[in-house]
Design a protein around this ligand. Structure first.
Ligand code: ADP
Ligand code: MG
Length: 383
């Protein structure tokens, strides 16, 4: 995580005001991919990459947003309703918009954002910006929300303002993560269970450095395909509004009525829900062999049935298999590139990361970024 003291002094130098500073982490999903919008289960952990937000009040009725990552400042009139412009400012402005819709009158402010979550790599830099910005803006009003409510509000920033049709996982774990724990989340009612990650394990995140999704089009396509399968099941069993409620037997019975791709997507989502709950049980019992097996199965399902992987991510997972220390590896996040998560024995994490990086570079001529991370706390104010 970047140095909050440095952020404070950057903000002071730019805006001549003493800020309050907030942090919200990125996340890695251990298992449960494309299940959140089907009201299913996911098991992410917050990581030690985060976005910091420094905020102070202004007297000129403006929202002035600066991102150290982009090296860019933009000013908006606080009296006008915010509008999206396909720019990084959409994320903090979307928070203003959603909070305004909740009846909050946000006063003019200066906001400095500075993060070390890799952008667009499937580690949820966007959710960390939303959650950190929301905490920062609410602090100006002396207001706060319980973590799960904050997560829903920030999900709405993406859905209703930015225009990304994502589920609630990213914002939930950024707001509610716990150090040294994974979090099994039921995306239907937002009930959750924390599962301790043993201290002898590390989360090794390997960035393939590729992203094949064309203008974000694949994610909504997959979502539509899986929802079409659900509609077929619901025409026979009205009690299945989401794939969360469907079973593999439903696919045996009515799969022939579905487009072949829809059937495959649904098989991934339904089996992934089962695997995610089983993985949480395995982690709680300390059965790491079972957890690793489930991660491997999840990757296969994501790659073959969901067609959400790509050559580079499949290769990164394959290359990890016989490196000492590995417990389980799979592609994490929305898919089509981005990062793999490798659950690895802490004592072997450094040589594991070095060897994986070497192998991947040899095969692809791409030098990957590999990070040894640990589960961290969710969003909070920093003194
Ligand atoms: P992911 O959430 O997987 O990292 P997204 O495409 O959902 O990928 O979000 C990335 C976008 O979030 C960036 O392109 C940028 O607009 C915004 N963002 C992330 N971090 C920052 C930051 N530190 N400052 C400003 N904008 C940021
Ligand atoms: Mg995102």
């Amino acid at each position: 995580m970047h140095d909050p003291a440095l952020l404070r002094s950057m903000h002071r130098a730019r805006f001549h005001a003493e800020p309050a500073v907030f942090v919200a982490p990125g996340r890695v999903n251990l298992i449960g991919e494309h299940t959140d919008y089907a009201e299913g289960f996911v098991m992410p952990a917050a990581i030690d990459f985060a976005t910091l937000a420094a905020i102070s009040l202004r007297s000129d009725g403006k929202f002035v947003l600066y991102s150290e990552n982009f090296g860019e400042e933009r000013a908006f009139d606080a009296a006008l309703p915010p509008a999206p412009s396909k720019h990084w400012t959409d994320y903090p402005l979307g928070v203003v918009s959603i909070l305004a819709g909740e009846g909050h009158k946000i006063p003019g402010f200066s906001l400095t954002l500075w993060g070390d979550v890799p952008l667009g790599s499937g580690l949820s830099s966007s959710a960390s910006v939303e959650v950190a910005s929301a905490l920062a803006m609410l602090s100006l009003l002396g207001a706060s929300y319980p973590g799960p409510v904050l997560a829903r509000l920030c999900q709405r920033v993406e859905n209703e303002f930015v225009g990304a049709n994502c589920g609630v996982m990213d914002q939930f774990i950024s707001a509610n993560g716990k150090k040294d724990h994974a979090l099994l989340l039921d995306c239907r009612d937002l009930s959750f269970r924390l599962a301790p990650i043993p201290s002898h394990l590390a989360l090794v995140i390997a960035n393939t450095m590729v992203k094949h999704s064309i203008a974000g089009g694949d994610y909504p396509t997959r979502r539509r395909e899986s929802e079409a399968a659900c509609a077929v099941i619901a025409s026979h069993r009205p009690g299945v509004p989401f794939l969360r409620d469907a079973t593999l037997e439903d696919l045996d019975k009515w799969g022939y009525e579905m487009a072949p791709k829809s059937l495959m997507r649904a098989r991934h989502v339904i089996s992934e829900n089962l695997r995610t709950v089983a993985a949480a049980e395995a982690l709680l019992k300390g059965d790491l062999a079972e957890l690793g097996r489930l991660m491997a199965e999840a990757h296969k399902s994501y790659s073959i049935d969901f067609e959400g992987s790509c050559t580079e991510a499949d290769l990164m997972v394959e290359l990890a298999q016989d490196i000492p220390g590995l417990i389980g590896a799979r592609l994490t996040g929305g898919g089509f590139g981005g990062c793999t998560i490798n659950l690895v024995e802490q004592a072997q994490a450094s040589p594991f990361a070095a060897e994986l990086g070497r192998r991947y570079a040899d095969r692809t001529s791409i030098v990957p970024e590999i990070h040894i991370c640990h589960a961290s706390d969710g969003a909070r104010q920093l003194e």
